[in-house]
Design a protein around this ligand. Structure first.
Ligand SMILES: O=C(O)[C@H](O)[C@@H](O)[C@H](O)[C@H](O)COP(=O)(O)O
Length: 239
């Protein structure tokens, strides 16, 4: 488990551009060593902004996108193509603009398992068995400290066996999701937590001050090799 490192950028736009640049380098390095790379995407505004900047990055195609395995740290359990699905937003922002061929999406609520998030979660856990050693696991952070779809004091944040679970009654809409769990997140070589804005400052400070992962799930998101908190000035205000 790696100790968190903190990087602060002036504002959200610069953060998104800097994370996109960092991601290109990380994936190029991974492909140099292993021939392939594995990347876990996040939903939310910050994660999507990074993908939009990645799409326009001049060095984008230094990465062989046909040899990148793409996963999601969580997914909103909605019909295929629904505008609120993380996959839909990631495809519009980036994936549909590059020659990715190894995209591992969570089943939609009108997919093979119908409206059964537990079955979709079990199927995603099977995709993750054997668990890839994710090169970069991107995560956002909620105002109350959630990450992926792991919310404070929820059964999902307490999960220690399964790698993917269904989450219901989420405080952040939509209410039903599939989320990777902390044991899955902690298998990543690098975990990058990215967030902006003063509304996140309290949760960021609590997580970095050693809060319990039950109270601040983002505090439990650590990589085996590196844990990076990538913030704008506002989100870092309480550090
Ligand atoms: O599906 C989701 O909603 C995300 O996975 C969620 O964990 C998000 O990353 C955080 O809520 C931060 O969202 P913002 O970046 O929009 O603040």
């Amino acid at each position: 488990m790696s100790r968190p490192e903190v990087l602060v950028h002036r504002d959200g736009d610069l953060l998104a551009a800097a994370v996109a640049a960092r991601l290109i380098t990380a994936l190029v390095d991974a492909q140099r060593v292993r021939g392939v790379a594995s990347l876990v995407l996040t939903g939310g505004r910050t994660g999507t902004a990074v993908l939009e900047r990645l799409r326009g990055a001049s060095a984008r195609d230094a990465v062989d996108w046909s040899r990148v395995d793409v996963y999601w740290g969580d997914e909103r359990f909605l019909p295929a193509g629904h505008p609120d699905r993380n996959e839909t937003q990631a495809r519009a922002a980036f994936l549909d603009h590059v020659p990715v061929s190894r995209v591992h999406a969570v089943e939609p609520s009108d997919g093979r398992f119908g409206d059964d998030p537990d079955a979709a979660a079990a199927a995603y856990a099977a995709v993750l068995d054997p668990m890839p050693e994710f090169d970069v696991f991107l995560l956002g952070v909620g105002e109350e400290g959630h990450t992926a779809s792991l919310f404070p004091s929820s059964p999902a944040v307490l999960e220690r066996e399964r790698t993917a679970v269904a989450v219901r009654d989420c405080p952040k809409p939509p209410p039903t999701r599939v989320s990777l769990t902390l044991p899955a997140i902690r298998r990543a070589r690098e975990v990058w937590l990215m967030t902006t804005g003063e509304a996140k400052a309290e949760a960021v400070a609590a997580a970095l001050a050693g809060a319990s992962e039950v109270d601040i799930p983002a505090a439990g998101a650590t990589g085996t090799g590196r844990t990076l908190w990538l913030l704008d000035t506002a989100a870092a205000a309480d550090l």
